[in-house]
Write a protein that binds this ligand. Structure first.
Ligand code: SF4
Length: 291
């Protein structure tokens, strides 16, 4: 992989007729033609493709996604937890086409996210919300958006991914795809020349009194001490520390996921009662375990 990564300058995407390029410092990558016309891959897709249901990702692009009340409540809770503006979430209840990484909307979204480029962040602050990370693999940009990076001694130290749930029981379980999403941020930061010390997923019941950005010291304390993978910060908030795999293992998963976007293989269905019962495509999906 020969990529001259630049931390001091954010990459920028440009549409050129039917195709698109990524400018990054002195380099220009011609983005290959990808399935469903996407221009970049969100790093969270990799875990969903491998450990959720890839066929659902495929149908999301073919048919759209349903935004329901709990998705909207989760976004609002994210905003409250991270202290960011919830204006402009830009999604509505019901069926929504996936535009985030396609066409002009995709280019706009990508370039707007570069305002929060990790290389422009002030690491002397206690934390950074929603920084943008990019890596390039097989000329395909991969965009990662970790919820929180906690700085210690003027350096980015701990990456926190926030997941919201409806009740306390669910805070204790961590899905493999959630683990992979958090791990992707760790590897992407190292790819960019940064040296984070650890990564965790915080699972939190929506509406609880606890607020992550008011409890930085507590989170740092548990990230720095103790071997437990799971720490209950309150009865409604669980901290799952991630044991990060090697970069090579991560890249194998990335390449498997990219093979689908490059059209080198078909999407893989992963039907189960657990996944299908919460899937909006279950009535039409030929593989559904719950019709
Ligand atoms: S219904 Fe089941 S198999 Fe079909 S896309 Fe949804 S999760 Fe996958």
């Amino acid at each position: 992989m020969i990529v001259l990564v630049r931390l001091d300058v954010a990459p920028r995407m440009e549409l050129m007729g039917d195709s698109a390029v990524l400018h990054w410092g002195d380099e220009t990558f011609k983005i290959p033609r990808l399935k469903h016309g996407i221009l970049f891959v969100m790093s969270g897709y990799i875990g969903s493709q491998l450990y959720g249901c890839e066929y659902k990702v495929h149908l999301d692009y073919m048919r759209g996604r349903i935004v329901n009340r709990s998705i909207l409540d989760g976004l609002i809770e994210h905003s409250r937890q991270l202290g960011v503006d919830e204006e402009g979430l830009g999604i509505e209840l019901g069926w929504n086409p996936v535009l985030i990484n396609r066409g002009e909307e995709g280019v706009y979204f990508f370039n707007e996210r570069m305002r929060n480029w990790i290389g422009y962040a002030d690491f002397s602050k206690p934390y950074i919300q929603e920084a943008s990370l990019v890596m390039v693999r097989r000329d395909i940009p991969i965009l990662g958006l970790p919820d929180l990076v906690i700085n210690v001694d003027g350096k980015p130290a701990y990456i926190i991914e926030l997941k919201t749930t409806g009740g306390p029981r669910r805070t204790r379980s961590l899905m493999t795809r959630e683990l992979l999403q958090a791990e992707s941020y760790y590897h992407m930061m190292r790819y960019l020349g940064l040296d984070p010390k650890g990564v965790a997923v915080v699972k939190i019941v929506r509406g609880t009194d606890f607020r992550i950005i008011d409890n930085m010291e507590l989170i740092i304390k548990y990230m720095e001490n103790g071997d437990d993978d799971l720490v209950m910060l309150t009865s409604n908030v669980a901290l799952h520390k991630i044991k990060v795999r090697s970069f090579d293992d991560f890249l194998k998963d990335v390449d498997y996921a990219l093979d689908y976007w490059l059209g080198l293989r078909n999407p893989r269905p992963n039907p189960s009662r657990r996944l299908c019962s919460s899937c909006e495509h279950r009535k039409r999906c030929p593989y559904s375990a719950v019709k």
